[in-house]
Design a protein around this ligand. Structure first.
Ligand code: LMR
Length: 337
């Protein structure tokens, strides 16, 4: 099924699951073991991979014999698109999907994709922990996704077959992007040709030339080995990748109260732990790419970055109505603090 058709079917299915109360929501029994299947798409060493593994460890340590968490990293079980559908239907119980990929379900998360809105993870966090950010956790509860937390990956960099020093250098290149209309507009704004694609397909697409370039965090560039097939990597920090950690609302409501609140405490602890080390993991990933010695890594300076910022700025106006001026103001206000 092509991407657009699949997206429409998924949207309709999820709307149905949200209305019909799809999900497993079990009756609480003393001896019941609750299974949390938690698939995700990145490698175990990434910020998300490490946080998911820690959630499993702490949850099972605190609630022995009452909860079992099965983490499936690296798209082993399914890609993100399929996991949205599977969560809404209660086939899996937990996800941590990139905020960009909720695009067809809500416009609210598009704020996270606006280019050059957040200068760093501190600015993202100031927004996420403020009232405008916290209300986003509940944005999709009615549609089958109860948000528990936001997890960071990090800031995005471009990689390409040639140096991208100014936006004009991107003209005509086919860029893989996540499933987001804002990212599509961002690439169009620099004259590129955006292609929405699942993470698990990107390496081969770069290798065969089906696409030319991509944007991602250092930890994804390293763990997905994009550095093997992309000679140039530009440190631009032009955008953010982070996740909504969500559960199926019926499943969550069906947990015994003590278990649910205990798991929410574990999630809060893991979120703080994971978000505190996300930046260091990305710095280390860059060092590992450097150590491989296969790439030219270009650190763009403030004057060069100003040109990128200017070229991409129209994207803000394009999506202002959909996202909401107040939300954008809250996010940029948080960034300037
Ligand atoms: C991507 O598809 O590039 C990202 O969503 C991967 C991730 O989950 O960090």
């Amino acid at each position: 099924m092509n991407y657009v058709k699949r997206a429409l079917v998924l949207t309709a299915l999820i709307a149905f699951a949200g209305c019909s109360g799809g999900g497993s929501g079990g009756t609480a029994a003393e001896d019941q073991v609750y299974l949390i299947k938690f698939p995700h798409v990145t490698a175990p060493g990434t910020p998300k991979g490490q946080a998911a593994a820690r959630f499993k460890t702490l949850a099972e340590e605190r609630f022995p014999g009452r909860v079992e968490v099965e983490v499936y990293p690296s798209s082993q079980l399914m890609n993100d698109d399929d996991s949205l559908e599977a969560l809404a239907f209660g086939e899996i119980q937990m996800i941590a999907v990139s905020l960009s990929k909720f695009d067809r379900l809500t416009h609210a998360f598009q704020v996270f994709d606006l280019p050059f809105l957040f200068p760093n993870l501190d600015a993202v966090e100031a927004f996420q922990y403020g009232p405008a950010g916290q209300e986003l956790l509940d944005e999709l509860t009615d549609r089958g996704f109860k948000g528990l937390a936001f997890w960071h990956n990090g800031m995005k960099q471009f990689s390409a077959p040639r140096p991208l020093l100014s936006p004009e250098d991107a003209a005509g290149l086919k860029f893989r992007i996540m499933e987001s209309d804002v990212l599509q507009a961002q690439v169009q704004a620099i004259g590129g040709n955006p292609q929405k694609m699942a993470l698990g397909e990107v390496y081969q697409a770069l290798q065969t030339g089906a696409i030319d370039a991509q944007e991602n965090t250092w930890s994804n560039i390293y763990s997905s080995k994009f550095y093997e097939v992309q000679p140039y990597i530009m440190q631009t920090n032009h955008g953010y990748i982070g996740y909504l950690v969500a559960v199926n609302p019926q499943f969550w409501a069906g947990l015994p109260d003590d278990l649910r609140s205990g798991l929410e405490e574990v999630m809060a602890e893991v979120t703080e732990w994971g978000n505190d080390q996300a930046e260091a993991i990305n710095i280390q990933a860059r060092e590992r790419v450097d150590a491989e010695g296969r790439n030219e890594v270009l650190d763009l300076g403030p004057e060069q970055l100003a040109l990128w910022q200017e070229a991409m700025r129209p994207v803000w106006e394009q999506f202002a109505n959909d996202i909401g001026a107040d939300r954008i103001a809250a996010a940029s206000g948080a960034s300037s603090n």
